[in-house]
Design a binder for this molecule. Structure first.
Ligand code: SF4
Length: 193
């Protein structure tokens, strides 16, 4: 992006966004609201991208799939974006949630498995959410060592899946925000333990 004026970059990204949304807008009226939200974030997104590039990060891939076979577990998915800086790799996951919500997700090491899985699958030493919300764009990174989180997460997956195959019980384990609306509340007896 270096060497281009902000207005030029914004016009180009606006044009690309309109093309990408064109089909969706024919089928889904709500897509117009998403596009409007995205347009409101374009200047902040471009500022954020400029800052990344100033730090040496370069866009490498988007929507790249992965398919890893662990011991008894197959890890499959698709990562929003991969950036590189010489030999370093950083996986990025776009979110339409505030940076505070995302920061809370990452408070407890190991609780968020998504970034850890992505980092593991791409052998990346860095991983982060990109919060795009209310015209603001912010990078939200785990405060803990990402390769270690990724390794421990993979080991836990293998162990948990092994236990389940071995017949371990699965207690109801919904998060409080989900339990409030759940029709199974009471039946699952979460409140009893
Ligand atoms: S109420 Fe029970 S079944 Fe429903 S989400 Fe919560 S823990 Fe899960």
């Amino acid at each position: 992006m270096t060497g281009h004026h902000a207005a030029e970059l914004e016009a180009a990204l606006r044009q690309i966004s309109e093309e990408v949304f064109a089909d969706l807008l024919q089928q889904d009226f709500a897509a117009r609201a998403w596009l409007a939200r995205w347009f409101a974030s374009l200047p902040a997104y471009l500022d954020w991208q400029t800052e990344n590039e100033a730090q040496g990060w370069r866009y490498a891939e988007a929507e790249s799939t992965f398919d890893w076979q662990l011991e008894g577990v197959r890890l499959r998915g698709r990562i929003d974006r991969l950036d590189v800086r010489e030999e370093e790799k950083r996986v990025l996951d776009y979110k339409t949630q505030s940076d505070q919500v995302l920061r809370n997700k990452l408070l407890e090491p190991g609780e968020d498995v998504q970034l850890a899985c992505y980092a593991y699958a791409h052998e990346a030493a860095d991983a982060a959410f990109v919060s795009i919300e209310n015209g603001k764009v912010k990078l939200v990174e785990p405060r803990h060592d990402v390769p270690q989180l990724a390794q421990l997460n993979a080991e836990r997956l293998v162990q948990v899946m092994g236990s389940i195959r071995g017949g371990a019980g699965l207690p109801a384990n919904g998060i409080d925000q989900a339990c409030i609306y759940c029709e199974m509340r009471g039946v699952c007896r979460k409140g009893e333990w």
